[in-house]
Design a protein around this ligand. Structure first.
Ligand SMILES: *[C@@H]1O[C@H](CO)[C@@H](O)[C@H](O)[C@H]1NC(C)=O
Ligand SMILES: *[C@@H]1O[C@H](CO)[C@@H](O)[C@H](O)[C@H]1NC(C)=O
Ligand SMILES: *[C@@H]1O[C@H](CO)[C@@H](O)[C@H](O)[C@H]1NC(C)=O
Length: 203
């Protein structure tokens, strides 16, 4: 079914491993390799999930304002986060897999954006960074090794997991939201695109 869908839309990238939660790091590195090989001409790339709403208008506005097109990495930033050591937990990591007490700075895997050179650098360095199955932390470990500091795109948090319900003015200044169903995405896009010229009360 995936092969058929890929043939129809020509927008599917596959590699030879099982697509499971524990293999997410492999999937992310596959994306990094793909950007490195086939998309180095892009200024930026973003990694996100299929249940995310991404306000591309606001994302691009903030990226243009930042004007940093190399060694750039931003998203919902975590600093000094602690590994989950108690089993069973979705994010459990053993001391054998990761011995240190805190993670390096990293951005939540629901959505992060980076200049495309970072894909090459991360792909390149990943050969020498020990595997852990949390893809977002893993990318943080690669960035640490590369001496690239992940950051927030804006002083006000614009990437988020959850937040207030949709409103045009509320979502104009949101880059990402989690747990959004396909029908909701259509509605949000319709709301944003049909009101592009309209003013919102300033805050
Ligand atoms: C990851 O993919 C490999 C290759 O397909 C597979 O052998 C392995 O079982 C997968 N690991 C997990 C934890 O799903
Ligand atoms: C963006 O950065 C480039 C190179 O650092 C600089 O030449 C240019 O003036 C900057 N543009 C803006 C709008 O800040
Ligand atoms: C990848 O790493 C190797 C050695 O670590 C280095 O020689 C090479 O220039 C790197 N390539 C890129 C694209 O950074």
């Amino acid at each position: 079914a995936v092969a058929r869908e890929g043939q129809q839309h020509r927008d599917t990238v596959q590699k030879d491993f099982l697509d499971t939660y524990d293999n997410l790091t492999l999937k992310t590195m596959m994306g990094m390799e793909w950007v490195h090989r086939y998309c180095p001409q892009a200024a930026f790339a973003m990694k996100t999930d299929s249940d995310m709403f991404i306000n591309v208008y606001y994302l691009v506005e903030l990226l243009l304002k930042k004007n940093q097109t190399s060694r750039f990495f931003a998203g919902l930033l975590y600093e000094n986060a602690l590994p989950v050591r108690a089993r069973p937990h979705k994010w459990f990591v053993s001391r054998e897999d990761y011995p240190l007490d805190t993670y390096p700075a990293y951005c939540d895997g629901t959505g992060y954006v980076f200049s495309s050179d970072v894909a090459s650098l991360v792909y390149n360095v990943s050969g020498s960074v020990p595997f852990i199955r949390l893809e977002d932390v893993y990318v943080g470990l690669c960035l640490q090794k590369l001496d690239i500091r992940p950051r927030q795109l804006h002083t006000r948090q614009s990437f988020s997991r959850d937040g207030p319900p949709f409103s045009v003015c509320g979502y104009r200044q949101v880059v990402s939201r989690h747990h959004i169903k396909p029908q909701e995405m259509r509605l949000y896009w319709y709301g944003l695109e049909s009101s592009l010229g309209e003013e919102c009360p300033s805050r």
